[in-house]
Design a protein around this ligand. Structure first.
Ligand code: PMT
Length: 406
């Protein structure tokens, strides 16, 4: 595999030399890219001697632009690894700033990106850095957490670049994705549903689809065949095996039910409308002087129907629902767990601005018949990973993983 190793300007840059060597020992080809600041810590010649390749230190080097080097490299690398990543480079990546070779490569590549931050403890815990890291995680970037201990600046705490061996392990895992869900079929629903009143108006909700998209991304990364049933959102859905676009609760019901038949797990992250207008006007409803009364009728509860069907057929599909609540969150989630006869309810307190609807981050409680598990505030990508770890345990308890067909 070809790995681009981005080195930014922190004292941990010297450890990046060992990372380059470690990756090579694992059979990877490494191309080093150094920011201008990084060259103050380690000379490019060191990386050149190790990687046996020209080290890229400048976007404007003579001879480097004949075939637009950052674009050419962007499409050939299997991984972009940035170690060490300073607060500055993390901020640039999170905000799409592309003002040197490394940041331009980041925006141009569609290869997985792994970032190993290293900085002073206070900087690492600063709200701006946390925000930028959460944003990157939501964009699919993975991190190798820094270690704790004595830092070069004299402080003691979290911020030291992870050990080269750990970084190489994480890089290996990123280029050779986990296959823990291979052979499994996972259906994920995401986003809102829109219930049309007339050709121009609808009843909807604030779901962005991000939570469901993060789940679909993580399930696909783990090797599952993913069907994503997505309501109308402005956030772009991830690449999955099957994407079904729907608009209304009725359409979502039909799509989820059809795909659930062959699924090993169904995860309902969508905010499905509970009610839909009794009548959809064929033409735009004109206003009158008086008030307007709209009669709403119940939509089918998709998850409840799947739970009831499973209870009657004894099929082994793992069923996961969410509970978006603003009060008595866990108690209401426990009631939903029972009434919908599912394995797991992800209780979501949607009264907070930093969790639930349309946020980049989420904080949830996993509710099962065995108890509750709090999942602290973090990116939706990381919350998705915790939920899928749980789904994997449920799948393992139900039925052995299917063996590959020859
Ligand atoms: O999309 P984001 O902006 O990232 O926001 C994420 C989220 C807040 C939408 C998500 O995390 C969430 O909480 N989704 C469930 C929202 C919801 O509809 O909750 P509920 O408590 O009303 O429904 C309970 C469960 O039944 C849900 O799994 C829901 O998908 C399902 N349901 C609800 C109604 C219905 N007619 N059919 C269903 O299957």
């Amino acid at each position: 595999m070809l790995i681009a190793l981005g080195v930014s300007g922190g004292i941990g840059a010297y450890k990046a030399v060992e990372v380059a060597r470690g990756l090579q020992k694992r059979g990877h080809d490494v191309v080093a890219i150094m920011t201008h600041s990084a060259t103050n810590f380690v000379g490019p010649i060191t990386f050149e001697a190790i990687t046996r390749r020209r080290v890229i230190t400048d976007q404007w080097e003579a001879g480097a632009n004949a075939d637009i080097e950052h674009i050419q490299l962007a499409s050939t690398i299997d991984l972009l690894l940035i170690a060490p990543a300073t607060a500055n480079i993390i901020g640039k990546l999170a905000n799409g700033i592309a003002d040197d070779f490394l940041t331009t490569l980041y925006t141009a590549t569609r290869a997985p990106v792994l970032v190993a931050p290293a900085m002073n403890t206070q900087m690492f815990s600063h709200a701006a850095v946390r925000r930028n890291m959460d944003r990157l995680a939501a964009d699919g970037v993975r991190f190798v957490e820094p270690g704790e201990g004595y830092l070069a600046c004299g402080w003691i705490g979290k911020g030291r670049l992870a050990e080269p061996e750990e970084i190489c392990d994480a890089a290996e895992a990123a280029v050779r994705p986990s296959a823990s869900l291979s052979g499994r079929r996972v259906v994920v629903s995401a986003g809102p549903t829109y219930e049309d009143l007339d050709p121009v108006r609808y009843v909807g909700n604030r779901s962005s689809g991000r939570m469901g998209f993060a789940l679909a991304t993580e399930a696909a990364r783990r090797g599952a065949a993913v069907t994503l049933v997505a309501g109308p959102t402005s956030v772009a859905p991830p690449t999955v095996d099957t994407l079904v676009r729907v608009r209304s609760a009725e359409e979502m019901h039909a799509a989820v039910t059809a795909h659930a038949r062959s699924a090993d797990a169904v995860i309902m992250a969508a905010a499905v409308a509970d009610y839909t207008p009794d009548v959809r006007a064929a033409q735009k409803v004109s206003k009158t002087e008086g008030d307007l009364t709209i009669v709403l009728r119940r939509t089918p509860d998709i998850l409840k129907a799947l739970g009831a069907e499973r209870a009657s057929t004894g099929r082994g599909t793992v069923l996961v629902g969410f509970a978006a609540e603003t009060e008595d969150v866990v108690a209401r989630a426990q009631a939903k767990l029972r009434s919908k006869q599912v394995d797991l309810i992800v209780a979501n307190d949607v009264s907070r601005p930093d969790a639930g609807f349309d946020a980049e981050t989420n904080e949830v409680t996993l509710v099962t018949s065995d108890g509750v598990e709090a999942v602290p505030l973090q990116s939706k990508a990381r919350v998705a990973a915790v939920i899928l770890d749980h789904v994997e345990r449920l799948l393992a308890a139900r039925a052995p993983r299917p063996t590959a067909q020859t």
